[in-house]
Design a protein around this ligand. Sequence first.
Ligand SMILES: NC(=O)C1=CN([C@@H]2O[C@H](COP(=O)(O)OP(=O)(O)OC[C@H]3O[C@@H](n4cnc5c(N)ncnc54)[C@H](OP(=O)(O)O)[C@@H]3O)[C@@H](O)[C@H]2O)C=CC1
Ligand SMILES: N[C@@H](CC=O)C(=O)O
Length: 416
Amino acid sequence: MKNKPSNIRLGIFGFGCVGQGLYDVLQTIEQAGIEVAPICVKDKEKPRSLPASAFTYNPQDLLQDESITLFAELISDADEAYSIVKQALVAGKTIVSANKKMLATHLPELIKLQQNYNGTLLYEAAVGGSIPIIRTLESYYSSETLQRVSGILNGSSNYILSKMESEGLSYSLALQQAQKLGFAEADPTLDVGGFDTVNKLSLIAAHAFGVTVKPELILRFGIDVVGEEDLEAAATIEARIRLVAFAEVNPFNELNLHVLPTFVPAQRELYHVVNETNGVTIDPVFAGEQFIKGRGAGSHPTGSAVWADVSAAISGYRYAYRKTKIKTIVLNQDKKITIYLRCPGGASLPEAAWENLVKIQETGEATSFTADISVKELQSIQTDLAANHIFIAQIAAEQAVNIALKLKQKAEVAYS
Ligand SMILES: NC(=O)C1=CN([C@@H]2O[C@H](COP(=O)(O)OP(=O)(O)OC[C@H]3O[C@@H](n4cnc5c(N)ncnc54)[C@H](OP(=O)(O)O)[C@@H]3O)[C@@H](O)[C@H]2O)C=CC1
Ligand SMILES: N[C@@H](CC=O)C(=O)O
């Protein structure tokens, strides 16, 4: 490891896209006073950009080293990440993690461990890549009521949708590119199925609204069955399809959460968020709407967020989880939304409490509809919709009227 005047030894787990990104950032920060201990990885045979002496293969070499009190957990295995983070916190140490799956799954326990053992856990890189969203919600907005937080939180899905739209790439080619560029998870189903966004949304809910929600309770649809025809349908009403995470509190302190492909109109900032960029809108009661965008995935942007946490931790920063102590907000998924559905040839809509169901297009390959339905009801038919490869996306009521009209006009021109 590079020799620097050091007073802090940093234990890093993982030297993939993010681990390498952090390492590169550290090389440029001469005055950081950080010495990197041998980095813990898994595969002894993998070619590396550093000599073999820079690595260890046993997490205990770092966790039991008394000279290390600060760790960065950047591995792709959520179960192993959980055991590393837990052991560090029980030892009262400080650990930074980028593993949103692990964090969202275990957040209530991880909050308790920090309280009980006086350890510190920070995880800015886990949500929105380089965007400082967790610290903004946690610290800046710790005392102001937020009405809504929504946005694009998955770089891979956004990259795929953007490339399909702008370059006409096929879904599978765009996904391959997202994987090659290091944006996608080891299992890309987490990205395109909306699971990664759900995990991030549940972390946002804890810091923005003080509610820790199990990821599996959040309505989730991904972009895995999106087709060119859906993007073209969106274009007819000057909209783009984006995978949007949404959290909103109503006047009765009820929180509605969902992750859905969404028709985003050209007037919204999110329409202009392309490739792996993420964008988040915060809606505080008094400050008024704010929008932050930045690289949501990738080696250096994410490495930068990890470094921001490492340096904040060195200065003694920790999350207070102030809003979780107030606990006035409860999850309620009764809200009605309007959706667009495309059923591929032969598939029919599952039985459900559809309202205002309108057929908006019928071709040899597919039939499309718009309809109103409650979030809870949509959750109950999720398995049926997925089994039939039915693509769904949220659409505003006025867009639903407009799209029916535009698709009808398009069909008339085609037949004339
Ligand atoms: N890629 C991105 O843009 C972003 C990723 N993240 C998160 O950061 C984390 C790392 O992602 P990323 O760098 O992309 O993943 P990579 O697949 O590129 O790298 C994963 C690293 O974890 C190591 N690893 C896996 N399992 C173990 C284990 N059991 N013990 C020790 N090391 C292990 C691998 O070791 P080896 O090298 O030996 O294979 C590898 O170095 C994930 O939680 C991801 O969700 C968060 C934000 C953005
Ligand atoms: N796979 C994730 C990586 C960052 O969180 C993404 O694509 O956003």
